[in-house]
Ligand binder design. Structure first.
Ligand code: WTA
Length: 689
């Protein structure tokens, strides 16, 4: 549907629409997948010592619910044991382990200290400027307890929402656990999001407190964070007064920071005066643990809701089995930011529940040099590394002589997440980083699934470069056609999850109908993930990217509609259409086609004018959503291709964006439009960052 200035018709569009006349679009490298026959079985030594053995599949197949009950009892400590594993009577809202009670922070921290492991390092922190900090489980317990007392002193009660807007520092982990300790759901907002994005998330969750920092270090400079919070909660015409009562501020960079007396409180002051012990609040298994906003197919982000018992069970189970974690000896490092779900499940809850020792790094992989990650692997003897294909491709581009300068022999398991990994990048990751020795686990999951769903098991599965392969024991997934029939091996279709799983989302914050529409209406009674997939001749699953209007840029989900809304909110834009075009580095790149409003149309008449318009609109999107959403290219066009029903034919725009011959345009309302677009385009200029 066209995204015109007014009315915002797309708001009425179905949440998940498989575009007319469009088949699933393949990601870079995946066109060759049927020719991909390489396979890498684990070494006999690795297989013999692995946590997960083939029997795990058999156990789960024999009795799935009994299997999950065992995981919940083995991996989580319950205050009150549960008696019922799954209540699916209110489908699609599941209740797992519902009559059990527990506390997430107790499970992540206290029980390890009680077991005599207080001196074990929980976190090796590496700041971008090179400052370091080591935090043991005993120290973490004291800090989390202090922070929980500080939150309570600021009036935060069980059930209140707290927004966390922080860089990747130890305090981010402490803040999340302190919320969990008092049963106050956290909503982490990625530090790269703008004040406007932050405002809408604070308002939707009606947050009482925001935890932020003066700033963080990025690419060698201190970058301020608190001003965005000040702007996000300042009175604004047409907006309700903010629900935020206090702002708790971590001092990270020491930069000058504007202060509102009575509202703003320094983190170090609040913690200093707080008691070092705190009794966790025991909550029911279905008590909300967090909300995490993610892009959907409309302009309004969805607050994905996760609860406590089932989420923790699956986070711990997958972390232990997919990464083969040996808590006594491994050093684990997941490079994700806590602003994304990967940071929730595989920096905070999974690793800490399992008592792991992990590395947290504040900055970017190329600061101050392109070997920074490999230097960190060598320094801390990292043995398990979990990262994203986009980062691997960036390292490939920088050249393999850079990692070759460091000793990476400590690595024994490598993981990938966030987007399909093309076989070429997979092979490079294994050879250059893994020394041709380490298993690679390509893990498919989503913010909504809470934890890994489809992945090889490193000691069991013969890994195929580019395939996530098999649902984990306890998970039931399939690839189906339009009528929800399972496709045969060799066929392609839609990825679905046919049985409930413990860490599944429990809804969209404040919008049960949207939850049902978005995930459960395409195939009634079955969860539709929004991804296209294929089964190969062995029945292994290959992910093919999104089939809805969601893009995946560097492993981050961005909605085409959200960026279109941002563009048309600029006064010079009449209409906008956004597509994700294949990009060698970032998987997909945002490309926007805009029609300027009449009085501004002449501005893009020459190359300089077009460049100025592009810069202005890119900055506008950065302000509205955040720098990650900036279009790589913005093309000013006279018309957009639409079907007779007014739906934008993105397939044709993708052809233009990817410099291909434009495909079949016969269903266009006006078939001359594509000629007009192609004729009017100057040679596209690429972005500056
Ligand atoms: C994509 C990130 C292929 C997919 C954990 C999914 C993947 C979306 C993979 C979720 C993978 C994630 N192979 N595609 N291994 N992992 N995706 O919510 O399109 O940020 O629907 O969660 O990323 O993104 P989200």
């Amino acid at each position: 549907m066209a995204h015109a200035r007014a009315p915002h018709q797309s708001r009425c569009a179905p949440e998940v629409s498989v575009p007319e006349n469009e088949s699933t679009t393949a990601q870079p490298g995946l066109e060759n997948l049927l020719h991909e026959t390489r396979s890498f079985p684990p070494s006999p030594e690795f297989a013999a010592q692995a946590n997960a053995q083939p029997a795990l599949y058999e156990e789960a197949r024999a009795d799935r619910l009994a299997f999950w009950a065992r995981q919940a009892n083995d991996l989580v400590t319950w205050r009150t044991p549960f008696t019922e594993t799954l209540d699916w009577s209110q489908a699609p809202v599941a209740r797992w382990f519902a009559d059990g009670t527990l506390n997430a922070a107790y499970n992540a921290v206290d029980r390890h200290v009680e077991a005599g492991l207080g001196d074990r390092v929980a976190i090796h922190f590496e700041g971008e400027p090179g400052d370091t900090r080591t935090v043991t489980y005993a120290e973490l317990q004291r800090d989390v307890s202090r922070a929980a007392n500080a939150l309570a002193a600021l009036g935060v009660e069980t059930g209140d929402r707290v927004v966390i807007y922080l860089p990747m520092v130890v305090e981010a982990v402490v803040a999340m656990l302190a919320c969990a300790r008092i049963g106050a759901p956290h909503s982490v907002v990625f530090g790269g999001f703008s004040a406007d994005a932050l405002r809408s998330r604070i308002a939707d969750a009606e947050a009482k407190l925001v935890i932020t920092a003066d700033g963080g270090y990025r690419r060698g400079a201190a970058s301020a964070l608190k001003p965005a919070v000040d702007e996000a909660i300042a009175p604004k015409e047409g907006a309700d007064p903010t629900t935020v009562e206090h702002v708790l501020v971590v001092r990270r960079t020491g930069q000058d920071t504007a202060w509102t007396e009575g509202r703003d409180v320094w983190w170090h002051d609040a913690l200093e005066s707080a008691d070092t012990t705190h009794t966790p609040v025991w909550v029911e298994a279905e008590h909300p643990l967090f909300i995490l906003y993610t892009s959907g197919t409309t302009g309004k982000p969805k607050g994905i809701l996760h609860t406590t018992g089932g989420y923790l069970t699956q986070a711990a189970y997958t972390h232990r089995n997919v990464f083969d974690l040996k808590a006594e000896s491994d050093v684990y490092w997941c490079t994700a930011d806590i602003g994304w779900v990967t940071g929730h499940s595989y920096v905070v809850y999974g690793p800490l529940l399992n008592g792991a020792t992990q590395v947290i790094y504040e900055g970017t992989p190329d600061s101050p040099h392109q070997g920074r990650w490999w230097e960190i692997v060598e320094k801390y003897k990292v043995s398990i590394l979990y990262t994203a294909p986009t980062a691997i491709r960036a390292c490939m581009k920088w050249g393999e002589e850079i990692p070759a300068r460091f000793d990476l022999s400590s690595l024994r398991v490598l993981g990938s997440v966030g987007e399909p990994i093309n076989p070429e990048a997979w092979m490079w990751y294994r050879r250059v980083i893994g020394g041709d020795r380490t298993p690679i686990v390509d893990t498919w999951w989503q913010t909504e699934t809470g934890a890994i769903m489809i992945s090889p098991l490193p000691g069991v599965t013969a890994a195929k470069p580019g395939s996530a392969q098999v649902p984990l024991p306890g998970i039931v997934a399939d690839v189906v056609d339009d009528e929800a029939h399972s496709v045969p091996n060799g066929g392609g279709g839609y990825l679905v999850l046919s049985e409930p799983w413990p860490s599944m989302l429990r809804g969209i914050w404040g919008d049960l109908e949207r939850f049902k529409d978005t995930y459960w209406s395409r195939f009634p009674g079955i969860y539709f993930a929004g991804d296209g997939a294929k089964k190969d001749e062995d029945g292994d699953i290959w992910l093919l990217g999104r089939v809805d209007d969601v893009m995946n840029v560097s492993g981050h989900r961005l909605s085409t509609t959200e960026i279109e809304s941002a563009l048309v909110s600029n006064e010079i834009v009449a209409e906008a259409a956004v597509v994700g075009a294949s990009d060698d580095l970032t998987g997909q790149a945002v490309v926007a086609f805009v029609i300027l409003r009449g009085e501004h149309a002449a501005r893009a008449a020459d190359a300089d004018g077009a460049a100025a318009v592009q810069t202005e609109l890119r900055n506008h999107v950065a302000k509205e959503i955040g720098p990650i959403a900036k279009p790589k290219r913005i093309l000013v066009v006279p018309e957009l291709p639409k079907t007779r029903s007014g739906k934008i034919m993105r397939r044709l725009l993708r052809d233009v964006a990817e410099n291909r011959t434009v495909g079949d345009a016969t269903t266009l309302a006006d078939s001359s439009v594509m000629e007009l677009i192609s004729a009017g385009l100057q040679k596209p200029s690429s972005s500056d960052d």
